[in-house]
Design a binder for this molecule. Structure first.
Ligand code: XMP
Ligand code: MG
Length: 179
């Protein structure tokens, strides 16, 4: 992996595709065991989670459904503090075992806003699966049931994550170079 440029910023290699793949497999194995009997519903939060969600979903060995919602709180490399829903939930979650898939949990604001809306629809259970967690940025504590990596408070791109729209197609994860 090499240092890369996205727009005006440089990013350095941080997590390799192999390391991601190994975490994805271990998460999918745990999910396949934990939900062997229940035909769970995965809800992936767009845009950032589309690649992680697809890889986890493909690695499952159980019958499962997936749907997508679109929430966003980031502009550039900073959180705006405001969560906007632009594609809503079209699945019926009542009585279902639901697993939310996020690319990254930062302040926790996005999920802190979304979880009560989902709870209102009375799923049987609700768990969180995230590839990355910026633990030290927590403002709204979220219990993450299936987590790939805990990372420091440094902006990252790749594997679905973007800097103003670009960088999502990188196979590994790259960290913003310190100024
Ligand atoms: P909150 O603060 O609501 O943030 O937990 C979650 C959402 O913020 C975005 N996010 C990032 N996106 N690189 C990105 O490309 C990052 O380092 C980063 N940190 C947060 C992301 O959309 C996530 O769903
Ligand atoms: Mg996101």
């Amino acid at each position: 992996m090499q240092t890369i440029q996205v727009h005006d910023k440089k990013f350095i290699p941080y997590i390799t595709a192999e390391e991601i793949n190994s975490e994805v497999r271990s998460i999918a194995d745990r999910l396949s065991t934990d939900y062997a009997e229940s035909k769970p519903l995965f809800i992936a939060i767009l845009n950032g989670s589309f690649i992680f969600a697809a890889d986890v979903f493909r690695a499952l060995r159980i019958p499962a459904e997936i749907c997508f919602i679109k929430l966003a709180s980031y502009k550039g490399t900073k959180s705006t503090g405001e969560v906007i829903t632009s594609i809503g939930l079209d699945a019926d979650v009542f009585g279902r075992d639901v697993i939310i898939i996020e690319d990254i949990i930062d302040t926790g604001k996005t999920l802190n806003q979304f979880l009560p809306q989902l709870e209102h629809q009375q799923p049987k259970s609700m768990k969180i699966c995230a590839l990355l967690h910026k633990k030290e940025c927590t403002v709204f504590p979220i219990h993450i049931d299936y987590l790939g990596f805990t990372i420091p408070d440094r902006f990252v791109v790749g594997y679905g994550l973007d800097y103003d729209g670009y960088g999502r197609n990188l196979n590994g994860i790259y960290q913003l170079e310190e100024q």
